[in-house]
Design a protein around this ligand. Sequence first.
Ligand code: AMP
Length: 308
Amino acid sequence: MNKLLVVGTVAFDSIETPFGKTGKILGGSGTFVGLAANQFNIETGIVSVVGGDFPQDYLDLMNTKGINTDGIEVVKKGKTFFWSGKYHNDMNTRDTLVTELNVLADFEPVVPDSFKDASIVMLGNLHPLTQASVLDQMNQRPKLVVLDTMNFWMDSALNDLHNVLKRVDVITINDEEARQLSGEYALVNAAKKIHEMGPKYVVIKKGEHGALLFNEEKMFYAPALPLASVFDPTGAGDTFAGGFCGYLTQSEDISFKNMKSAIIYGSCLASFCVEKFGTQRMEQIEQEEIKNRLQAFKELTQFDIELT
Ligand code: AMP
C-alpha cells in the first residue's frame, strides 16, 4: 500500500459557534488530515506530540481508523497543545482566543523508520522548522511534498517558513493567508508570488466559496458544496488537505489533471467535516456517503454550452 506521512498538531480544541460551545475536544491539524486521508486505501502515519493529559481513547480511535500513531510522542509530564476559537455569524471567519503551544514548544519530531519511504508527505500546519525536520529525515525525496500553514506561523516564524517553502511542491493556504504571505490582494497575483517562493502548485482555500488550484498559467476552481447546515468549520481546511493528499497517494498520479480530482475529493470530505462539532462527523463517515456527495459535486459543476 502507498504511504502518506502527515505531520501536524494533535490537540485539544475548544470551539464556539453560533450553534453552541464545546469543552475540550479532540482536534489538531494532524488529526483532521489523518481522519480524511484514511478514507483512501493507503497507509497513513502521523508524526506529532501530545502531553500526559491526552486520553489513550483518542489514540485508540485513530488506530481503529487505521492511522499509524507510532510517530506521536507522548510527553508524560507535559500538556497537550490547546487551541480555542470563536466563529462569527457568517461561519467563514473566526477569532483565535487561545493558542497554548505546551509540548509543541520543544517538539523534535521523529519519523518512524516504516514511514521514511512515504511517497507523499503532508507538512500540516505546524512550526516551519518542525516541518523541515520531517523532510530532513526522509530516506529519499518524496514524490510530492504538500505544506499547509496559517497566519500564526507567518507572524512568528516567517523566515523559517520561507526556507521550508523552497522544498515544497504544493502549498494549501486560505485566501486571507495567501494575501498576507504574498502582500498581493488579487488571488491570481498572490498565487504567482507564492509560486516564486517555491511551490509549483498553489491551492487557495476560500471556505464556503471553494478552492482554487494554480500551476504556472493553468488554473482550476472547485466550489464548496452548498450545505443546509454548517455547524462547525474547524478542521475543514485540514480535512480538505487530507482528502487531497489521500487521493493523490492512492492514485500515484501527481499530474495537474489528477490534482483537479484530488481537489474535488478534498472539498467533498471537507463538506462532511463542518456538519458536526470537531472530529465527530469525520469519525462516522461511510464510503457510500462519500460516493453520493461526489455525485452531487458532479451535478453541481457540470454543464454543456454550445460555443458558436
Ligand atoms: P482549520 O480549521 O483547518 O484551520 O484547522 C483547525 C485546527 O488547527 C484545530 O483543530 C487546531 O487545533 C489546529 N490549530 C490551530 N492553531 C494552530 C497552529 N498555530 N498550529 C497548528 N495547528 C493549529
